[in-house]
Design a protein around this ligand. Structure first.
Ligand code: PMP
Length: 401
């Protein structure tokens, strides 16, 4: 029986891609967009663009209201305590860089910043560079055989010098939910601030950030079926008070003189310059769309597809899965076949998957690999997509072996 996605028709690009002979299986890189978002962007630009938080004229008021409504929607989506805990950035990467500069003043020489071995470069390099600036140490938590942060090792490595812990909720390579609660509480017990990279995790299920009790959480809109160019930094009320301002310019300042200035608190104080207005409004529309779906049906669909993906890969001789993926994606290598050759043949057959190091070079090195193929699923994918992928995979492997 072919598995259908009841939401596929809500994403016009899927039909266009299909007509072009393309099977899109790269949603962990970026997701296709629902019509609701496209309508919101068109609506905003058609009705009259205006800057936010500045002018009093009617278009500006309308834009500001829509922009601030989106902040409320994001706060609700993440179960933040309120919209003032939501800072808009230009992406998850920028949100992590904001944190690495905004928290810099808390670090002394020999303090420790703890990350895990599987971090995306976006959650590695800002901390590595911060450690270099401050003479602090970057401590890397190892993984167990399943690709999860090794908890006994974490308990030994997180200690009184740990000031910051920054870990992913869901690995973009291994697709495994990390034991966040346990790792965060180890850090909290040492008085460290906790930062969660939710770029992949936020896409699957709903996450209650008050229950998670992290200090900061970052995500990208474009992976959550929203526009690109928008990111979110969530910060718990009192944790945001620890952040120093990092980018300076219009609207983040309360009083500006030639030789001194006073800045706004979060969120506005961390949104210097014109924000991505249309993008933020579009993210609000995507969240409205997602909130209107049957969450259980989405989860069941994603799980069924994911199981079919894993089963199909496991059935093929010589295919080696990386880690133990729990949701939405699978990375693999094939014995005796170079990932780039396989990716080339898949691409020629219209299969849009990602190959390479997935912005996690140190993890690849730990796994003894130079790269892997990653297949990732969105809620619009269906059994036909998987069937085309597996047919193309079998043809490619026949040619390569
Ligand atoms: N963290 C993880 C786990 C990711 O997968 C990504 C995107 N590939 C990022 C951070 C960075 O997100 P962005 O490129 O949207 O800033």
């Amino acid at each position: 029986m072919i598995l259908h996605s009841p939401w596929r028709a809500d994403f016009p690009a899927l039909a266009v891609l299909e007509a072009q002979g393309q099977t899109y299986l790269d949603s962990a890189a970026t997701a296709q967009k629902p019509q609701a978002l496209i309508d919101a962007l068109t609506g905003y630009y058609t009705c009259g663009a205006a800057n936010v938080h500045r002018a009093q004229h009617q278009p500006a008021e309308r834009a500001t209201r829509a922009f601030e409504d989106a902040r409320v929607k994001v706060a609700r989506w993440l179960n933040a305590a309120g919209p003032t805990e939501i800072v808009f950035t230009h992406g998850a990467t920028e949100a992590l860089n904001l944190l690495a500069y905004g928290l810099e003043h808390l670090l002394q020489a020999d303090d420790e910043i703890v990350i895990s071995a599987l971090e995306h470069h976006a959650n590695l390099l800002p901390w590595q560079q911060l450690a270099l600036r401050r003479g602090a140490r970057l401590v890397v938590l190892p993984l167990d055989a399943q690709g999860l942060i090794d908890l006994p090792a974490a308990a030994a490595l997180i200690g009184p010098r740990t000031r910051l812990l920054a870990v992913s909720q869901l690995s973009n390579v291994l697709g495994s939910w990390q034991p966040l609660q346990a790792v965060l509480s180890l850090a909290r017990a040492q008085g460290a601030l906790t930062i969660v990279d939710g770029a992949q995790g936020v896409v699957h299920g709903r996450h209650d950030l008050q229950a998670l009790a992290c200090d900061f959480y970052v995500m990208s809109s474009h992976k959550l079926y929203g526009p690109d160019g928008v990111g979110v930094l969530y910060g718990r009320g009192e944790s945001l008070l620890q952040l120093r301002h990092w980018q300076f310019g219009g609207e983040m300042v309360r009083v500006a003189e030639y030789h001194r200035a006073e800045f706004h608190a979060a969120p506005l104080g961390f949104e210097a310059g014109t924000p991505p207005i249309a993008g933020v409004i579009g993210l609000g529309a995507s969240l409205d769309y997602l909130a209107g779906l049957d969450a259980t049906a989405v989860e069941t669909h994603e799980q069924t597809l994911h199981r079919a993906l894993l089963d199909g890969l496991r059935q093929r001789e010589g295919v080696r899965l990386l880690g133990a993926p729990s949701v939405a994606l699978a990375s693999f290598v094939v014995d005796g076949v170079h990932h780039a050759d396989l990716a080339h043949l898949l691409t020629e057959q219209g299969i849009a998957v990602r190959s390479g190091n997935h912005c996690a070079m140190p993890l690849m090195k730990e796994l003894g690999l130079t790269g892997a193929i990653r297949v990732s699923l969105g809620l619009y994918n269906d059994g036909g997509d998987l069937q085309r992928f597996f047919e193309a995979l079998d043809r490619s492997l026949e040619l390569l072996r």
